[in-house]
Unconditional design. Sequence first.
Length: 345
Amino acid sequence: MSTAKLTIDLDALVTNWRSLDAKTNCETAAVVKANGYGLDAARAGKALAAGGARNFFVAAAEEGVVLRRALGAGPGISVFSGHMESDTKLLQEFQLTPMLNSLDQMLRHFERLPGHPFGVQLDTGMNRLGMEPAEWAAVRDIALGQGPVLLMSHLACADEPSHGMNAHQLQSFRDMTDGIEVPRSLAATGGLLLGPDYHFDLCRPGIGLYGGLPFTQAMPVVHLDLPVIQMRDLSPGETVGYGNTWTAQRPSRIATVAAGYADGLIRAMGIGGIQVYAEATPCPVVGRVSMDLITVDVTDIAEVPASLSLINEAQTVDVVANAAGTIGYEILTSLGHRYARTYKG
């Protein structure tokens, strides 16, 4: 097969959820938005539900529909974007719980779906989604009178434990919710790792489930192997790839492998010093990453295997992301449709 092979370890995904759950004394949900961070929300959701997760979060109602069809009735599915204009039928038919973000959404929900479960998202300083303190103060009694199932907010700097924004948002969340007898949630993966002050009644890890930072103890969930299409020998002075950006300084052997930026392997990672692996031996990527192909210096290995590994235990999605000047989230959610996907567990 000429396409790259993406292996997704669902057992590792569940192990990561259980490891994070063990760090709390509250309920641990699971975030499976963006198609399960690019890994298939239906498969990820079913594995996590079998592993013990009972509540899930998605970005949009349409994502909730896919997940509900996979999970069936029972598990809770909450929608971060709230109750948008065209969401009413989906929320009702597929038992989705919107996290209401504004007065407009609140009025829409109460008018169109009276009695339907909802939560409220509060803005504690990120200025992205949710009601600001003054807006919440104006509608709080009305909202509480309708029986919300969750009050939540989101931390902006949880992956930096010493950042002052964490304590600021924690205090703001307490100021807006203390004394209210409704379950609360502030922490995603980073917030969960900040400790019990941030846990409240429910944590909702996302990236940590899929093997990404800041959960340094995570088991790798994704492995990516790139098939070798062609080998060639270069003399000193010959160049490789677009723009002649790499020049052989010695007699060199170059392997061309099948994958590129069309597959989510960001072009900039070739500049950042990324490697691929022949079993345990690292081999540097040379030249530019192109749309469908990557070139690798394999001069120092005696026998080149049929495929070379890009994402593995030694080189995680975050290492690949760092070389490209981005974050693991972007690498995971960009992994393309051309991969031959294999699911373990």
